[in-house]
Design a protein around this ligand. Sequence first.
Ligand code: 5GP
Ligand code: ZN
Length: 115
Amino acid sequence: MHDCIFCRIAAGEIPAKVVFEDDDVLAFEDLNPQTPVHTLLIPKQHFESIGDDIPEALLGKLFSKVREVARIKGVDERGFRVIVNSGEDGRQTVHHLHIHILGGATMPIGMGPAD
Ligand code: 5GP
Ligand code: ZN
C-alpha cells in the first residue's frame, strides 16, 4: 500500500469515527470539522481525485451514499453542502478522492475565488 492517510483509515490502520461503511466506501468524521456536521465519504480503493478515471458504478455508489450519510447525520431535511476539492486550485490537501458533506448550519453565500 502506498503512503496515503485515507487508504490507511480505510484499512483500519489509523482510527477514525466511522459513520457508514460497506465493501466499497467509508464515511468518517473530519478531524478538523468546519461545520457542526462535517463528514468525509471516500472510496476504499485509492483514486487521487475526481479527475481520475473512476468506474461509473463506483461514482454512482459514492453519490448515492451521500444521501445515506446525510440521513444518518440528521441533515437530510434541513439540507447540506457537498464539496469535492480537486487539485491545486481546488485546494485539495489529501490526495485520495473524498466528498465533504457539510451541514448543521447555513452555508455562506457564494463559492467564488479567494481574494
Ligand atoms: P481537502 O482539503 O483535501 O479537500 O480535505 C481534506 C480533509 O481531510 C480536511 O478537511 C482535513 O481536516 C481532513 N483530514 C486530514 N487528515 C485527516 C485524518 O487523519 N483523519 C480525519 N478524520 N480527517 C483528516
Ligand atoms: Zn489512498
